[in-house]
Design a protein around this ligand. Structure first.
Ligand SMILES: Cc1cc2nc3c(=O)[nH]c(=O)nc-3n(C[C@H](O)[C@H](O)[C@H](O)COP(=O)(O)OP(=O)(O)OC[C@H]3O[C@@H](n4cnc5c(N)ncnc54)[C@H](O)[C@@H]3O)c2cc1C
Length: 363
């Protein structure tokens, strides 16, 4: 690759980077996306569950128009979800009405980047961002000159570090795989010692399910693969793929997501619901704002801090509530199966629903 010059350089072709690139390119900016993987979306490290637009609007009232943002082709909506079964350590279920759908994350990511390419963004795969040197991005394929750099490079963001922005504190590890079989149209979340400090999940797809667990290292006394193996055996899951893992930001949005001519979006900005690990809707919502503000910055000098302000308007309250709820759960509900069981009993379905939807659990 010859050394490049671009208006907006996006690091990472995940959902956040692809969406930022799409909306920046749609406004006429010259956009380049670099992605360290050789194939976008592979391997899948995600539960692949998306809430419905109604659920997203209920969580993030200031998110703007969702219909066009989440307008996915039908074949990317694999299975409609009609509820969540919240299962305590003794196996007792509470059923929460909750609508959503599941997708194939590899095809989902490829679709999003194809939308950006359609708008004119250029994608370069197999290209790793290393650092910022003399105002240019140093990558494994050479230097890239830019006017705005967008860090969409996930939870351990190198761009955040290069810009001197805060990093995600205490992210928790999670692993996932596919299991063959027929599963009912409910997401199942298993709480207690099976996945201490987080939960195990079975998320139905077509003829298979996405299965996995997350845990908080401070409550665990083994490796994540050991916990996953126990979870797999307990539920007799016919796992057909390799186990893949990644970190999940756990403390809500970073206090600052812009610095100079740099911006962070998606997991790199901590835009994840800490109480359940959901980040896909946020990556798209923030990606749109990020891309539009970046393009306006290049064409008419709009300040990048307007992106920060908009993120605060959309995410601060719900993500802070989710992070506070997570802290409460860490203090009161995790640590022993008995405590988890008692807390789930006290909360009941309605308050557990509030927990999942980033709302206060007590008035
Ligand atoms: C096990 C697991 C299950 C999950 N399940 C769900 C779920 O069911 N629903 C949900 O909503 N959310 C879920 N999440 C969270 C969701 O996956 C993330 O919030 C989402 O992927 C964030 O998108 P992103 O674009 O910010 O980051 P990513 O998807 O992590 O994309 C970052 C991209 O940047 C690339 N990259 C990284 N560093 C560099 C570099 N230096 N140079 C170039 N490229 C780089 C990476 O290869 C990657 O393609 C889950 C997370 C985990 C770990």
């Amino acid at each position: 690759m010859p050394d490049l010059r671009t208006d907006i350089l996006v690091i990472g072709a995940g959902p956040a980077g692809a969406t930022a690139a799409r909306y920046a390119a749609a406004k006429g900016a010259k956009v380049t996306v670099i992605e360290r993987r050789s194939e976008v979306g592979v391997p899948v490290r995600c539960g692949e569950m998306m809430p419905s637009n109604e659920e997203i609007a209920n969580m993030f009232r200031n998110a703007g128009d969702l219909a066009s943002l989440f307008d996915l082709p039908k074949d990317l909506r694999l299975r409609e979800i009609i509820g969540i079964k919240l299962i305590d350590p003794k196996g007792k279920e509470k059923v929460l009405d909750f609508t959503g759908y599941t997708t194939d994350r590899d095809r989902f990511d490829k679709y999003l980047i194809s939308q950006a390419e359609k708008e004119g963004a250029e994608l370069i795969t197999g290209c790793l961002f290393k650092k910022i040197e003399n105002g240019k991005a140093a990558t494994t394929l050479g230097e890239i000159e830019y006017k705005v750099i967008i860090g969409a490079d996930g939870p351990g963001s190198k761009v955040a570090k290069a810009l001197g922005l805060p990093k995600n504190k205490d992210p928790y590890p999670a692993v996932t795989a596919q299991a063959a079989g027929d599963f009912e149209p409910y997401v199942k979340m298993f709480f207690g010692g099976i996945a201490p400090g987080a939960y195990g999940w079975i998320i139905p797809k077509k003829g298979q399910a996405n299965v996995g667990i997350g845990f908080s290292p401070k409550f665990a006394d083994g490796t994540l693969s050991e916990y996953f193996e126990r979870f797999r055996a307990k539920h007799d899951l016919n796992v057909t793929t390799r186990l893949e893992g990644k970190f999940v930001p756990s403390e809500g949005m970073l206090s600052r997501v812009t610095e100079g001519n740099g911006m962070l979006v998606g997991d790199s900005a901590g835009q994840v619901i800490s109480v359940n690990g959901g980040g896909l809707p946020l990556a798209l919502i923030a990606g749109r704002v990020c891309g539009e503000v970046a393009a306006d910055n290049v064409t008419n000098g709009r300040s990048l801090t307007e992106y920060q302000d908009e993120c605060v308007r959309i995410f601060r309250k719900p993500l802070r509530t989710a992070a506070n709820n997570k802290k409460l759960a860490d203090m009161l509900a995790f640590g022993s199966d008995r405590r988890t069981e008692i807390c789930m009993g006290i909360l009941g379905v309605r308050r557990m629903g509030n927990l999942i939807r980033c709302k206060r659990i007590f008035p």
